[in-house]
Design a protein around this ligand. Sequence first.
Ligand SMILES: C[S@@+](CC[C@H](N)C(=O)[O-])C[C@H]1O[C@@H](n2cnc3c(N)ncnc32)[C@H](O)[C@@H]1O
Length: 171
Amino acid sequence: MWLIIALTVLLIGLAISISWTRSRGAPWAPTPMSMVHKMLTMAEAGPNDLVYDLGCGDGRMIITAARRYGARAVGIELDPLRYLWCQLLITIFGLRGQIRIVYGDFFKQDLSEADVVTCYLLQDTNNKLEKKLKRELHPGPRVVSNYFTFPNLHLVRQDKEAELYMYLPGL
Ligand SMILES: C[S@@+](CC[C@H](N)C(=O)[O-])C[C@H]1O[C@@H](n2cnc3c(N)ncnc32)[C@H](O)[C@@H]1O
């Protein structure tokens, strides 16, 4: 009986989380690790970069940016459970000095410090985000988007097969 109640609560929680995060930007769907590497390689992320992942999910992009590419990173996440999960992971991996996790809405955060921005959102969210990226990222930061495009940003690289796009919003 308790198991059924627990499962029901879990399923309801998941359904609320999916529809809520969808309405704010995108539901959680992790970028496959091979694509995480392709995105960071495309952006040429390195030790001199501050990488922002907009909607950092389980933290795979920022953790990989820090551990494998030597970058500093900031993850912004709206979902409290994923935010806490990321905090736990960066503590376990000893990355607190290299990674900061912000609990909140990326539309309300200042992105102007970023050298690299990564995202895997939705097309309507990218459309809304364009103006903010153009306003706050200039002149050089690279923006790499998984699958969805930024129709009005300056496209500088793409991997058609992987459906990855890199932009320089400052141009
Ligand atoms: C498709 S997942 C991508 C996760 C991660 N970036 C990756 O590549 O694996 C989108 C994430 O963005 C988060 N999200 C959606 N809208 C958001 C917003 N306005 N502010 C912060 N996070 C948001 C969701 O909770 C979800 O974890």
